[in-house]
Design a protein around this ligand. Structure first.
Ligand SMILES: [Zn+2]
Length: 417
């Protein structure tokens, strides 16, 4: 990137050090071009011990708490900014998802401490645990904000039947206390992340300033008919759960499309037919209907539309249709404009007119943090929009630029250059 401005004391990141640390973190659980570093795996814990050491060397008081969160606290008094992301990966994940935001936070803390004009500023950093939901999605940020209850920890099990309490024991964390953040200490939380989508690349933009994180609702639609013989049961007499499901899905696609906002998405990614055999009329069927939007009113609209379709169909068919919640809803969260205007200014300074606003279609720890303090997120482009895959990657100059934009924004939040 070019440094064409005259602020001689402007905060400058060390690009080589940043890239070297990203490459180093990538080694923990490296497989092919990606990483296998699910929460509490040996690779994940080794990465966390390495991170704690780096945080310490950056001059921070650092620790790993009882749920595996790695924290680095500035020794400076006064209001602080919290920066970070997650260090765990999907079971087969990319090397930048989460990791990038953690290393950005480390680099920003380091370059603040090296600058005479900035070393008194307080920046705390965090590598959250289990954002990717091996046990509990955003486990680390939920716990640090005091929004995780004891039974959730006691009962959590991964998809292979491993209990969280056993994973904690295996990771050597059973006797370690869980931290809770002193929420009053913070001006806000800042998370950098790869976009994990195609929007920035499609618009030839290099920086994204996140306005909202979308909410998610999941409904389970249950169809109850009568199982019967596919050869002898005349059409007029059938109570076929599957045809009812197909019609429901068709109607949802029609009416959701008619009432969608520009970035609304919906998915019917799972169905179940019983008995699921060619010569038997199914007596029972299930359909998962999931939808996402950044606007709670839009999610509400979709939910009522689903119920309207159900009522309409119940009147005309012999199949009972029931709609229940398939998952706890996640509300959309608004990022803090007071905070993200510093990201806008910084982006405009470093790459004039090559940044844009966008909502995040994926959930992030910042979505948890936003309920407790002003929060903001910065995105850099993902090559071809690919993520949660070994092929996930970003251009090196974008990796460097994103961190520089974060560093300048943090200085600006403290009223500095
Ligand atoms: Zn992530």
């Amino acid at each position: 990137m070019n440094a064409q401005n005259g602020h001689h004391n402007m905060l400058r990141i060390n690009a080589d050090r940043l890239l070297a640390d990203l490459d180093r973190l990538r080694c923990f659980g490296a497989q092919s071009t990606g990483v296998v570093r699910p929460a509490f795996s040996d690779a994940d814990m080794q990465a966390r011990y390495w991170l704690r050491e780096q945080f310490e060397q950056a001059g921070l008081r650092s620790l790993i708490d009882g749920l595996g969160n790695v924290l680095g606290f500035s020794r400076n008094p006064g209001k602080a900014i919290l920066m970070g992301s997650h260090a765990d990966s999907q079971s087969t994940g990319g090397w930048l998802d989460g990791a990038m935001g953690v290393i950005y936070a480390l680099e920003v803390a380091r370059c603040l401490s090296e600058s005479a004009a900035h070393r008194h500023l307080a920046v705390d950093i965090v590598a959250f645990q289990d954002e990717e939901s091996r046990f509990v999605g955003c486990l680390g940020s939920r716990s640090l904000t005091g929004s995780l209850d004891h039974p959730t920890v006691q009962n959590a099990v991964d998809k292979d039947g491993v209990r969280l309490v056993d994973a904690l024991n295996h990771a050597g964390l059973s006797g370690t206390p869980r931290e809770q953040l002193d929420l009053g200490r913070y001006l806000g939380f800042l998370e950098a992340h790869i976009e994990q989508g195609p929007t920035l690349e499609a618009h030839a933009m290099r920086i994204g300033v996140v306005t909202d994180i979308v909410g998610v609702r999941g409904l389970k639609v249950v169809f109850k008919g009568q199982q019967n013989h596919a050869g002898t049961t005349m059409m007029a007499l059938r109570r076929d759960a599957s045809t009812s499901l197909y019609e429901f899905a068709y109607r949802i696609n029609q009416c959701f499309a008619a009432h969608a906002a520009p970035r609304s998405v919906w998915t019917m990614g799972r169905v179940k037919l019983i008995p699921n055999a060619s010569s038997i009329i199914p007596g029972y069927a299930e359909l998962d209907l999931q939808f996402r939007d950044a606007d709670e009113a839009q999610l509400e609209r979709f939910a009522s539309l689903a119920h309207e379709v159900r009522e309409l169909m119940t009147q005309s068919s012999g199949v009972d249709i029931e709609i229940v919640e398939a998952r706890a809803p996640i509300k959309p969260s608004r990022m803090s404009e007071a905070l993200y205007q510093h990201l806008e200014q910084s982006a405009q300074e470093h790459v004039p007119d090559a940044w844009m606003h966008l909502p995040s279609g994926a959930f992030h720890d910042a979505g948890i943090m936003a309920a407790f303090m002003p929060s903001a997120m910065l995105f850099i482009p993902s090559i071809k929009g690919i993520s949660h895959d070994f092929a996930e990657d970003s251009h090196r100059d974008d990796l460097v630029l994103g961190c520089q934009v974060m560093a300048s924004a943090v200085a600006s939040m403290f009223g500095r250059q």
